[in-house]
Design a protein around this ligand. Structure first.
Ligand SMILES: Nc1ncnc2c1ncn2[C@@H]1O[C@H](COP(=O)(O)OP(=O)(O)O)[C@@H](O)[C@H]1O
Ligand SMILES: [Mg+2]
Length: 296
């Protein structure tokens, strides 16, 4: 995971970090060479909630993150954070990407303290707060270890702590746990959910993993295939703090899972005719799971 964006003041209580995406479209190139990645995309990321977006690979999710972060501008439509139109990167948003950005020459503790140090914002309690965050992500015993001495999952947890210490109003995460093995992933979900439940900071989390999406989400936004728009929005009525066992035994969670799988299957089928390899794999896996035919 890499982390970008600058830190903000502590999130204010109440309506803080609400993001409204209104009629957003994004085209790359011009004329005969133009490509429409996103069309008429509208949704709200509510303040203090964990909103998860799920969509097929290549549908335009990372493109949307670049727009939310302010690295790029929409071709049409607008994105507002607490009413202000996003025109550039801002200290209110912090983006955590999948690629690791821990400095290999720094210990876990020093990596986490990097943001406050770089800004000259080391206060009397900053080190203690870093220690608290290390404990929260299960790395208390690894505070003096270097990234090469940590497992892949531990490195991601250190990244989360490193992001949290900057205290942004909104945390935006683009498939941060992709590539981890199943057991490490489940552990990550629990640590990440606990961090969210502790702060109730506005979080926007992108994934292609249905179990991850359902375990984490307050609100789940299912996207279409490219050109991307919102296919459906589902509010999950699941208790917090969340426990994995509760989710997998829960009828509501299972209903949502089948609904979302079926929608993603439909979206994959659309690009199947176009010869997409990812779509082909998904359709085959879905057919095995549900016993439905793999051809439309
Ligand atoms: N700068 C760009 N120019 C042209 N096409 C782009 C550019 N950036 C992304 N795309 C296209 O946008 C589509 C969506 O990519 P991306 O947002 O990375 O999808 P996802 O994150 O959902 O997998 C891809 O087909 C990609 O080729
Ligand atoms: Mg992506």
């Amino acid at each position: 995971m890499t982390i970008s964006g600058r830190p903000a003041a502590a999130p204010q209580a109440g309506n803080s970090g609400e993001i409204v995406v209104q009629g957003v479209g994004k085209d790359y190139g011009a004329g005969a060479f133009s490509k429409c990645v996103m069309r008429n995309c509208s949704f709200t990321i509510e303040s203090g909630k964990l909103t998860v977006m799920i969509g097929p690979s290549g549908c335009g999710k990372s493109t949307l993150i670049r727009l939310l972060a302010g690295f790029e501008r929409p071709t049409v439509g607008e994105i507002r954070i607490d009413g202000e139109i996003v025109t550039a990167p801002g200290k209110d948003r912090l983006v955590v990407f999948q690629e690791s950005a821990l400095f290999p020459w720094m210990t876990s503790m020093d990596n986490i303290l990097y943001g406050p140090r770089a800004r000259g914002e080391m206060g009397p309690n900053t080190r203690e707060h870093a220690g608290f965050l290390l404990k929260k992500v299960g790395l208390e015993a690894f505070r003096d270890k270097y990234p090469s001495q940590l497992s892949g999952g531990m490195q991601r947890r250190a990244e989360l702590a490193r992001a949290m210490i900057n205290n942004p109003k909104v945390m935006i995460l683009d498939e941060p746990f992709r590539g981890l093995d199943a057991m490490s992933k489940e552990l990550m979900w629990e640590y990440y959910a606990a961090l969210f439940e502790e702060s109730h900071r506005t979080n926007f989390f992108i994934t292609t993993d249905i179990d991850e999406a359902i375990y984490l989400a307050d609100r789940l936004i299912v996207m279409t295939n490219i050109p991307m728009r919102v296919r459906t929005v589902i509010d999950l009525e699941l208790p917090r703090p969340r426990r994995l066992a509760d989710i997998f035994d829960n009828e509501h969670a299972n209903d949502v899972k089948m609904t979302v799988l079926s929608l993603l299957h439909e979206e994959a089928m659309k690009s199947f005719s176009g010869g997409s390899k990812a779509a082909s794999d998904f359709v085959e896996a879905y057919a095995r799971r549900t016993g439905k035919g793999a051809t439309a």
